[in-house]
Design a protein around this ligand. Structure first.
Ligand code: C2E
Ligand code: CA
Ligand code: CA
Length: 401
């Protein structure tokens, strides 16, 4: 892993040089690697020195964040090396930041500017499409409020029976027969309607609620399995299975292996009928703990699939060292495999790798017959996607009585 700092450029300045002056455009921030600088304010000469900053200090970040002109002059006192952080890097980080953080940051900047009597922020910052880091304030405010209220309401979601588990069929690509299901959680919010896991699982990970959600999913999926199993086609090769997704904090928790064992036993399920899907971020987050959990789950007979294969950086390494039983090829590649040669080649290599390792491959996000047929002809055994079926509530699969 490379550190961000190595990507930044350095500036070496002699003593007495200005880094920037009042009125300059604020397009970068600086960290002092060696040397020191003085911070001067005041429109008339001589300016007043308000601070001396030494090695390790950062300056220039306010104008960088709020896109206003510099309100101070910074000058080196001795020969000084600066690490320059330019706007593009910060914008990239900001657009990915949580909306609550973005909103709070904006409020802080506004307060900072008004308390220091400097220019006010413009009423609306330019929109994201103009390649600026912040969304318009009303959008930011709405997103921040939604995130905060979802985080709050989520704590009651299980107790109020608002979670639901949908099942998406996974088929054999050769004949379309049903091999198993992936369990995907949904949240029926009383006011906002159905909230998708991409939105609330990351929140649950931050608040720790993901453990309770994970337990709920595990129990529900194993309890539903006796009803689902008969809907799968019998096949000598692979037992029918139900897959669940686990996130990093869940797989690292001490009780996960016992919890899986208990649930499997309670449902009179063969452990081979349960599959756990892990993304690479789950693995990277805590390799040691995760490896131990994976080894115990494998020893029990539970299958382990590497999810979103191809999207991370180190998938190949993990495939060699951890006992995966399947890889799931990310839908980003599947969606573009007809048009983009690169996606096609990545899928081809993934399939070759799965064959070499003797593990199965599941392609996600198959949305038309041609894609399914192409993947099948390339040797991909399993597939899932809207072409076969969307994630469905249990009642739609087994029929309501
Ligand atoms: P994932 O594991 O990659 O799940 C597959 C996602 O692709 C699902 O979205 C599914 O609805 C969607 N999908 C399936 N077929 C197609 C298709 O043909 N085209 C397109 N465009 N999409 C398709 P969903 O259900 O919104 O889940 C999103 C993510 O949330 C999942 O990605 C998984 O990472 C996470 N997730 C879902 N359920 C759970 C859970 O119980 N626990 C944890 N920790 N994470 C979960
Ligand atoms: Ca998955
Ligand atoms: Ca996936």
């Amino acid at each position: 892993m490379h550190t961000l700092i190595s990507e930044f450029s350095r500036e070496v300045l002699a003593a007495g040089e200005a880094v920037f002056q009042i009125g300059d455009t604020g397009d970068s921030a600086y960290v002092i690697e060696s040397g020191c600088v003085e911070v001067l304010v005041g429109a008339t000469q001589p300016q007043q020195r308000v601070a001396v900053l030494a090695e390790g200090a950062m300056f220039g970040e306010v104008a960088l964040l709020d896109r206003q002109a510099r309100t101070a002059t910074v000058r080196t006192l001795v020969p000084t090396t600066l690490v320059r952080i330019d706007r593009a890097h910060v914008d990239e980080l900001l657009v990915r930041a949580d909306p609550v953080i973005q909103y709070l940051l904006r409020l802080l900047l506004e307060r900072f500017r008004s308390s220091s009597g400097k220019s006010e922020l413009p009423p609306t910052l330019p929109p994201l499409s103009d390649h600026t880091a912040f969304a318009p304030p009303e959008d930011l405010h709405a997103a921040a409020v939604r995130t905060l209220s979802l985080a709050h309401d989520l704590s009651d979601a299980i107790a109020r029976d608002q979670l639901d588990l949908f099942y998406q069929p996974i088929v054999r690509l050769t004949d379309g027969s049903l091999a198993g299901y992936e369990a995907l959680v949904r949240w029926r919010h009383p006011v906002l309607g159905v909230v998708q896991p991409d939105e609330f699982i990351p929140l649950a990970e931050k608040t720790g609620l993901v453990h309770r959600i994970g337990q709920w999913v595990l129990q529900r999926a194993t309890a539903d399995w006796p009803a689902l199993r008969p809907t799968c086609a019998a096949n000598a090769g692979v037992r029918p299975f139900v897959s669940i997704n686990l996130s990093a904090p869940e797989l690292c928790s001490a009780g996960i292996v016992d919890a899986v064992e208990r649930s499997v036993r309670n449902a009179a399920m063969d452990p081979q009928e349960l599959r756990i899907e892990l993304t690479e971020t789950v693995i990277i987050s805590s390799l040691e703990k995760v490896s131990a959990s994976i080894a115990s789950l494998r020893a029990m007979g539970v299958g382990i699939a590497l999810d979103d294969f191809g999207t991370g950086y180190a998938g190949l390494d993990y495939l060699q060292t951890l006992p995966f039983t399947a890889i799931k090829i990310d839908r980003a590649f599947v969606a573009h495999m007809h048009a983009a040669e690169r996606s096609f080649q990545i899928i081809k290599s993934a399939l070759a790798l799965a064959r070499q390792l003797g593990i199965s491959a599941v392609a996600e996000g198959i949305e038309d017959a041609a894609t399914g047929a192409l993947l099948s002809s390339m040797g991909c055994e399993f597939g899932q996607g809207y072409h076969y079926a969307r994630p469905l509530p249990l009642g739609d699969i087994v029929g309501r009585s």
